[in-house]
Write a protein that binds this ligand. Structure first.
Ligand SMILES: CC(C)(COP(=O)(O)OP(=O)(O)OC[C@H]1O[C@@H](n2cnc3c(N)ncnc32)[C@H](O)[C@@H]1OP(=O)(O)O)[C@@H](O)C(=O)NCCC(=O)NCCS
Length: 153
């Protein structure tokens, strides 16, 4: 994994639960849909990061510095998924988002995943541009269906 000696000064490391409040802020600022009493609750995040098919990374400004980026990589044994990509609004368009995706990708590839995928809201043009630049192909022929146990999940 990357370290603080990288020229841009950002260090990428695994998420710790003490990061929870700050990542909620980052996700809110980034307009990511959040379910704080469902899958994004503190206890659910703690449960998720213990799973062997989950890698949750954060970027910090220098060692121990403020958290300025996140990415959550997961896989289901068939495909790797890039979730929760977010970069502090003041630090965007400097390559940090791409770096977080590359870190997530290299872990997913190490887990044997040859297909990498992400879900993007249809009004998030910036995210679509970013993923296209990173080599992802849009599949408008696929429509996402979900079944939820309850609305807040
Ligand atoms: C998506 C996001 C994480 C990208 O982070 P970032 O650090 O700005 O991305 P990068 O600087 O690494 O950019 C990667 C590429 O996308 C391009 N790009 C980034 N933002 C862009 C924008 N607003 N318009 C056009 N191109 C853009 C960059 O120029 C770069 O292209 P290059 O490889 O040709 O240089 C950031 O915009 C963000 O946090 N958005 C809010 C949260 C969000 O929508 N997350 C995605 C959910 S699916």
């Amino acid at each position: 994994m990357s370290d603080a000696s990288k020229p841009d000064g950002f260090r990428i490391r695994g998420f710790c639960i003490k990061d929870y409040d700050r990542i909620m802020e980052l996700w809110a600022e980034g307009g990511l849909p959040r379910k704080p009493s469902g899958r994004d609750s503190r206890e659910n995040i703690v449960r998720q990061i213990k799973m062997p098919n989950v890698l949750f990374l954060v970027a910090e400004e220098g060692e121990g510095g403020r958290i300025v980026g996140t990415v959550l990589a997961t896989h289901d044994g068939r495909k790797g998924w890039i979730n929760r990509l977010a970069v502090d609004a003041a630090l965007r368009e400097r390559g940090l988002g791409a770096r977080l995706v590359r870190e997530a990708e290299s872990w997913l590839e190490s887990q044997g995943m040859d297909i990498l995928a992400c879900l993007i809201e249809d009004d998030n043009a910036v995210s679509m541009t970013v993923f296209e630049k990173l080599g992802y192909k849009k599949h408008p022929e696929i429509i996402y269906f979900a079944k939820r146990k309850h609305p807040g999940i």
